[in-house]
Design a protein around this ligand. Structure first.
Ligand code: AMP
Length: 587
């Protein structure tokens, strides 16, 4: 049987009319071929169409909009040409970084992230110097527009990234305001994981004849392939893979990674750990590729580390396991990847590594294939060690039938008599030699993964403190930090949801979701638990933050004043002040 099936060739980046310097940058970062959302989105964007793309993080959507923008930037124009709106500062920074990466070979192209929580100074000097691309959170963009420090009069490209998240975080008004305040003649790309009515409405109102892109999924997975996933943080993937390789019994395995460099790196690391592994990717010449696949077929090689493109159509019966070391961008790739095992009616095993932030991709895969993946616990240190001991025993058993046994037996007997050393000690000494000084047993579990790999936490649910509970008590946040209660001037009347409060305060105050304690939304105001030690600048920034267009006037909540007036009086007083403050011009 041929080891390569005839399958349609996927498009390459070179087919997509991308600027040569951007093409080179994509090749430098190791992208071999466009992900489905990129293949579908880059051509219409380059052709000048508005686009609505249904895509989540992890699908490669950032390059899908960044590449066409960078390909068309006019370096001579100093005021911003492209604006990307992102819901959080983390995403804004990530997107700005990606732009920088894809524009490495376009010296002079400036990308500037602007987000709440960072001093205005840095952003102002960046804007003054001239930024071709601005990536910002909606609140901070509005602030700059109001201050007159961001000139969008020559904006040509506007991207709404994770539009549904922006709406969930209460930025709808800000987003719409930015959309309507920018020039009529601009290209808009809207990316969203879901399409709620509000997004459809925005798309209808502000986009011109948008091309809608949903990447279709191939959804059938063979029933002879058992599918499992392991939850593992990025920095522990290599350790996890090594454990799997030691404990699972497999014949041959394909390990999928995202980039060409990753194939080489991982194959090298596996070889350094004593596994027989080779890399295949699109840069490897056909003859070498055929040779490597030949070795895999014959059993001279057991592990192949591959990119999607390089493994397309690979048909080797021996492949008992497919490991998705990097989660695929889309469900179709997943189906394709795992189809490399379970060939010729055999049973196959597919394993997926999922980092905490990639769980939505796992959900998408399960939904599209209509098959839940079973969670697998990583082999423990004890499992690995038990396996090492068992393999050690097997290797002794195997060597006992060697032709050379008689020769060595004579030498050992002579040694035993001469040195008067028990045979067991001699055997152990030989084992030490054969291990070449390596630690034979794995040491106990390393400490838990660092915090940053954990999922962002939702604000903690705690019973609301009532007004007549007395002065505010300080409590502790999920990470043990001291929390205090703050009061903001938006409440039920303003139709705020907790998500909007968290979104605005986290973005403008540079806080993490885990910094939030309980949130209690009252008729005219809300109480929010935040770190007790907020800096002056943060407090200042949060006083000037708006939610649903209302200045939130954040201030420490001092609890009921002495004498405990009736609730109505107190709230009436505050409300009056809030109303007055809304009349003030924004600083
Ligand atoms: P995104 O969905 O934009 O957050 O991208 C998810 C991850 O995929 C990022 O780590 C990108 O660097 C990576 N990526 C994006 N496009 C490609 C591609 N065509 N080939 C390989 N990796 C990619």
């Amino acid at each position: 049987m041929s080891d390569i099936e005839r399958e349609p060739e996927p498009p390459t980046f070179a087919d997509l009319d991308i600027d040569d310097r951007v093409l080179k940058a994509l090749s430098d970062v190791g992208y071999e071929s466009p992900s489905p959302i990129q293949a579908a989105t880059i051509p219409p964007l380059l052709a000048g169409n508005d686009v609505v793309g249904l895509a989540q993080t992890g699908t490669g959507k950032t390059a899908a909009f960044a590449v066409p923008i960078i390909s068309r930037i006019d370096l001579t124009q100093k005021s911003p040409q492209a604006l990307v709106l992102a819901p959080t500062r983390e995403l804004a920074l990530q997107v700005a970084e990606a732009f920088g990466k894809y524009a490495t070979h376009i010296p002079g192209l400036h990308v500037l992230p602007i987000y709440g929580g960072q001093s205005y100074g840095v952003q102002l000097s960046g804007l003054r110097r001239g930024a071709h691309v601005v990536v910002g959170t909606p609140g901070r963009v509005i602030d700059h527009l109001e201050k007159g420090t961001l000139d969008l009069s020559k904006l040509a490209y506007l991207v709404l990234d994770e539009a549904d998240e922006m709406l969930k975080m209460g930025f709808q008004e800000d987003v719409e305001r930015i959309l309507s305040d920018t020039p009529e003649q601009k290209q808009v790309a809207l990316f969203s994981a879901t399409m709620p009515g509000a997004i459809r409405k925005i798309s209808k109102q502000y986009l011109h004849d948008p091309i809608e892109i949903t990447v279709k999924s191939k959804t059938s997975t063979a029933s002879n392939i058992s599918q499992r996933y392991v939850q593992v943080a990025h920095q522990r993937k290599l350790d996890a893979l090594t454990r799997v390789l030691e404990v699972e019994s497999f014949e041959a395995m394909i390990i999928f990674v995202r980039t060409k460099q990753a194939t080489e790196d991982l194959a090298e690391r596996l070889r350094a750990r004593g596994f027989s592994a080779a890399a295949i990717n699109g840069d490897i010449v056909q003859a070498q590729r055929e040779r490597t696949i030949g070795q895999l077929k014959s059993g001279a090689l057991d592990i192949l580390v591959a990119t999607d493109v390089a493994a397309r159509g690979l048909d080797v019966d021996r492949i008992s396991h497919v490991v998705n070391y990097d989660i695929p961008h889309d469900t179709e790739s997943y189906v394709h990847r795992i189809g490399r095992t379970g060939r010729a009616g055999r049973a196959g095993e597919a394993l997926l590594f999922v980092a905490p932030r990639e769980r939505h991709l796992l959900k998408a895969i399960e939904k599209a294939t209509r098959q839940p993946l079973a969670e697998m616990q990583l082999p423990s240190v004890d499992d690995v060690n038990a396996q090492r001991v068992a393999k050690f025993g097997d290797s002794i058993t195997e060597s006992l039938s060697s032709d050379n046994l008689a020769l060595f037996r004579k030498m050992i007997e002579d040694y035993e008599q001469e040195h008067d050393v028990p045979l067991a000690d001699i055997a152990a000494a030989l084992a030490v030699q054969s291990r070449d000084g390596d630690a034979f047993l794995m040491s106990p579990e390393p400490p838990p993964a660092p915090r940053r790999e954990r999922e962002p936490r939702e604000p903690r649910e705690r019973p609301a403190r009532r007004f007549d509970d007395g002065p505010p008590t300080r409590s502790r946040g999920p990470e043990g930090q001291e929390l205090a209660t703050y009061r903001i001037a938006v409440g039920k009347r303003h139709r705020v949801a907790p998500g909007a409060i968290v979104g605005a305060i986290a973005n403008e105050g540079g806080l993490r979701r885990s910094d939030f304690g309980h949130i209690s939304i009252r008729p005219d105001h809300s109480l929010v638990e935040l770190p007790a030690d907020l800096s002056r600048e943060t407090l200042e920034a949060l006083r000037r933050t708006r939610i649903s267009g209302v200045l939130i006037q954040l201030q420490p909540d001092s609890g009921p004043p002495s004498g405990r007036p009736g609730r109505g009086d107190r709230e009436g007083g505050r409300f009056q002040r809030d109303r007055d403050s809304r009349k003030k011009p924004r600083e």
